[in-house]
Unconditional design. Structure first.
Lengths: 164, 286
């Protein structure tokens, strides 16, 4: 059984068992190792990707259900060598520690900020209930996301190279 | 002989297609909707030689119909879709709160109402008590033809039904009730709830409870109604203090299950507080 997925803009073919978790297909078959395998229970969010524009736990998606779908991983958020505005904000706020949770955080926050352009702190925390971080305590992540939202509201958004 | 990929995983394109595929597979056949429960079967050390019939590509299973007298929810409507669809219906507040607060945002994008009802070992399913307090019924397709069954009854028979059945949709009658879904997770959000109380009440113009349905979830292996409390609330004014006293008195009606997140006695112990919160929330709807 061949499965057709559009991954980060490229049409790809998977020959894996349709019950293989999508995260394993992304990492093992397509070498997109941004999404991490941690809990395999849909709690931690380290495997979060966008499936047809929706953030999902790729450890709980059988690749057979992703046939014909578009998938976006953290690798797609910015061109190679560049950082997305959200990633730049995280760097500016020194928000990353071990990095294990961050690909999933970036996917969740990218989607959330696209749909909720002016969030408050509680809304951001609610959006991250499926992204567990054991290192940071979340506050700098929230601060960085709020700063980006404020920049966008004021029309001062930076591009992928950090320029406003 | 190991099953081929096509046998292990089949994507149905229509209801007749799904029913035929399930009939062909007999006891080994299982409908697959969002897959969030089934994909964790290895962690639960459950059998993995089943044959899955994916039903999420069947258009009618993704629909929410809001009619004058009832709401019809396709079996593959996700929690996120359900929360959005019912956001403006005050009488369905319990369902909207259950769907909008379950698990986490990413799981809510995929987990379905059908999966939540049919996962018989999932004691902490949020939608079950919320739908039960609003008197939901289920439209099933069985080898004998279509059947409608009350959710309460479905929970009693869902593990013993003849193979080849499929949940098609959930039907919720529209009434003039006020409802609420109160859950207690260990963290503020994102965890399985330790206990759930879903409550629906109809109040007279003088503020007396003319009917009450209280459903407790996650305390025992399956959600069920708290009938003694319902009877004692009926005919009285809705008051948080007296409701909590009655809940305390009747908490012995439940035998809490021990689990990794909480012992059984704790699940029962918190019911009084959850009833208090539920009554307070219903009072605030006026």
């Amino acid at each position: 059984m061949s499965l057709h997925l559009n991954i980060n803009g490229d049409d790809r073919l998977s020959v894996k068992d349709p019950l293989t978790p999508l995260v394993d297909v992304l990492r093992d078959e397509f070498f997109l190792t941004g999404a991490k395998v941690v809990c395999r229970e849909g709690f931690c969010g380290a495997c979060t990707v966008l499936l047809d524009g929706r953030p999902v736990m790729s450890c709980l998606i059988p690749v057979g259900l992703a046939d014909g779908c578009t998938v976006r991983t953290v690798e797609s958020l910015a061109p190679v060598g560049a950082l997305s505005p959200l990633q730049q904000a995280m760097e500016q706020y020194d928000a990353v520690q071990c990095g294990m949770c961050f690909p999933g955080m970036m996917i969740s926050l990218t989607h959330f900020l696209e749909h909720t352009p002016n969030p408050n702190r509680d809304q951001l925390k609610g959006a991250l209930t499926g992204n567990i971080c054991r290192c940071t305590g979340y506050e700098r992540i929230i601060d960085a996301a709020l700063s980006l939202a404020a920049e966008r509201s004021s029309g001062m958004e930076r591009d992928d190279h950090g320029k406003s | 002989m190991p099953m081929t990929d096509d046998r292990r995983f089949y994507v149905a394109r229509s209801l007749p297609d799904a029913l035929a595929a399930l009939a062909e597979r007999g006891h080994a056949g299982v409908p697959l909707a969002g897959a969030t429960w089934i994909m964790r079967a290895p962690i639960r050390q459950e059998r993995q030689d089943l044959s899955y019939v994916a039903i999420s590509r069947i258009d009618e299973f993704r629909n929410v119909e809001i009619l004058d007298h009832e709401i019809r929810i396709g079996a593959c409507v996700t929690h996120a879709e359900l929360a959005t669809s019912l956001a403006f219906l005050p009488e369905c507040r319990a369902i909207g709160q259950a769907a909008g607060g379950s698990a986490n945002p990413a799981v809510r994008q995929v987990a379905t109402i059908g999966g939540n009802l049919c996962a018989s070992k999932f004691a902490a399913a949020d939608l079950v008590p919320a739908l039960m307090c609003l008197q939901a019924e289920l439209d099933l397709e069985t080898p004998r033809g279509p059947e409608r069954i009350a959710l309460e009854q479905f929970l009693q028979v869902r593990t013993s039904m003849e193979p080849g059945w499929l949940l098609r949709r959930v039907v919720v009658p529209r009434t003039a009730c006020r409802s609420v879904h109160v859950r207690l997770p260990l963290r503020k959000a994102g965890d399985y709830p330790v206990a759930i109380v879903s409550m629906a009440a109809v109040l007279s113009t003088s503020g007396l409870v003319t009917s009450a349905r209280v459903v407790v979830g996650s305390v025992e292996p399956a959600a069920r109604r708290w009938k003694r409390l319902e009877a004692d609330l009926t005919g009285c004014a809705l008051d948080t203090g007296s409701a909590a006293e009655k809940a305390e008195k009747y908490s012995e009606d439940f035998q809490g299950r021990d689990g990794i997140e909480a012992p059984g006695w704790y699940r029962v112990k918190v019911l009084t507080s959850l009833v208090r919160r539920a009554v307070q929330a219903i009072q605030q709807e006026s």
